[in-house]
Design a binder for this molecule. Structure first.
Ligand SMILES: Cc1cc2nc3c(=O)[nH]c(=O)nc-3n(C[C@H](O)[C@H](O)[C@H](O)COP(=O)(O)OP(=O)(O)OC[C@H]3O[C@@H](n4cnc5c(N)ncnc54)[C@H](O)[C@@H]3O)c2cc1C
Length: 381
């Protein structure tokens, strides 16, 4: 690429940047759309380090972006998976209470209804034992619309569709800085990174729209975008979540979640299955100050204690450190997604996404739909 002009420049080829590239290129077939990705391949950060659960939208305050986009995203994602043969399963999940925790299930059911999720049902003790004989629970809710998905297959499909629509996805291309030269005119400095990790001479391109989907680096990208009030950039809290895999046959056939952490810091260490049927547990919660995806085997004992609260027969020797992901959280406990458009920062053509933690995978197609709507006044001629 020499000095080139694009209609849209998206920073970040995670699930959100890819969903948006597909949506915008479908909406504006003649637009030139560029996606900058610093890594050698798409989706190497948070989008490949999560539970791969299609959430139903149970946990978020009504009318929050998380609630609305999760419910809409859930429907869009199942439809998209069916249309494009993306591996997924609508397994359903049990949210389980132990003795004394039962009122939390009632609160959850009411909150879910307020978010438009009417599908939760209470399970009797006999029904719990029938569904999951190895599970210990004094009460449970059943969520039929929760499922699992092959997130890599989803991203590859979105990439394929976007590229078919003419989108240029540029790996090893790191956004350095941008300046707003006037309404809808951004100069963007980019450096390409070769296989050894060293950077070539930076170059400049121009774009009419700039969309920050940089996940854990969204704050950094925003801070390097001139002409924006820096006080608008929300503080980033990195919160790491570790996973442990269970070798051998899974004890469960559905997803198993404890009642959510009362502090709203997380959903609790839950049991999920991948599409091959392997069971894994996680994520836990650890505030960190840098991005480091290592998983320390010494956490196993704490994991095992937590898991035994609903799976007393756990054989700890079958637990193995698996992987970790990092949440780009905007507060120390619950915080909503944040999408800043020109009505927030006064810069037409610029959209910044912050705090796209869970349920960002579920919400990805709905996030893309919303950002596309926000940009409709900028449509290329
Ligand atoms: C532990 C954990 C579990 C989760 N579980 C679930 C779940 O089960 N279900 C669910 O719905 N959601 C889940 N999520 C949330 C979901 O994974 C994220 O919301 C989603 O992946 C965010 O996607 P993204 O595209 O915004 O970010 P990312 O995937 O991080 O993508 C951002 C991209 O931007 C690139 N980038 C950054 N800076 C630059 C730059 N300067 N130049 C060029 N490129 C740059 C990065 O390399 C990266 O590829 C979970 C998250 C975590 C951490």
């Amino acid at each position: 690429m020499s000095r080139q002009t694009f209609d849209v420049c998206i920073v970040g080829a995670g699930i959100v940047g890819l969903a948006l590239a597909r949506a915008l290129s479908a909406r504006w077939p003649r637009a030139t759309v560029l996606v900058l990705e610093q890594n050698a391949d798409i989706g190497q950060e948070t989008s490949s380090r999560n539970s791969e659960v299609i959430h139903a939208g149970l946990y978020y305050p009504p009318q929050s972006l998380k609630a609305r986009l999760c419910v809409r995203g859930n429907a869009l994602l199942y439809e998209y998976c069916a249309q494009h043969d993306i591996p997924h399963q609508r397994l359903g999940k049990l949210i389980v209470a132990q003795a004394g925790e039962e009122p939390a299930l009632e609160t959850l059911q009411t909150a879910a209804r307020d978010c438009g999720v009417d599908s939760l049902t209470e399970l009797s003790g006999a029904a719990i034992r029938k569904l999951e004989p190895q599970l210990r629970a004094s009460a449970a809710l059943w969520s039929p619309d929760t499922g699992i998905i092959d997130s890599h297959a989803l991203m590859q499909r979105l990439q394929h569709e976007a590229e078919n629509n003419g989108v240029l996805i540029a790996p090893r291309s790191r956004f350095l800085r941008a300046s707003c030269q006037g309404p809808g005119v951004f100069d963007v400095d980019v450096e390409t990174v070769n296989q050894t990790g060293s950077a070539a001479e930076p170059f400049r391109l121009r774009s009419r729209m700039l969309i920050n989907c940089a996940g854990l680096s969204s704050q950094q990208v925003a801070a390097a975008t001139g002409g924006i009030d820096q006080a608008l950039i929300p503080h980033l809290h990195l919160v790491k979540g570790h996973y442990f895999a269970l070798s051998g046959r899974s004890p469960f056939r559905h997803l198993i979640y404890p009642v959510p952490d009362a502090s709203q810091r997380g959903l609790g260490v839950h049991a999920t299955l991948d599409l091959a049927g392997q069971c894994r547990f996680g994520p836990d919660i650890e505030p960190v100050d840098k991005v480091d995806y290592s998983v320390d085997e010494s956490r196993k004992a704490v994991f095992a204690d937590t898991i035994r609260s609903y799976f007393p027969d756990l054989d700890e020797s079958r637990l193995h450190a698996a992987y970790a992901g990092i949440r780009p959280r905007l507060g120390s406990s619950y915080a909503d997604f944040m999408i800043q458009d020109e009505y927030v920062h006064g810069c037409p053509g610029l959209i910044q996404l912050f705090g796209i933690e869970s349920p960002g995978l579920t919400a990805s197609l709905a996030l893309a739909e919303l950002v596309t709507l926000k940009l409709q006044d900028q449509a290329p001629l």
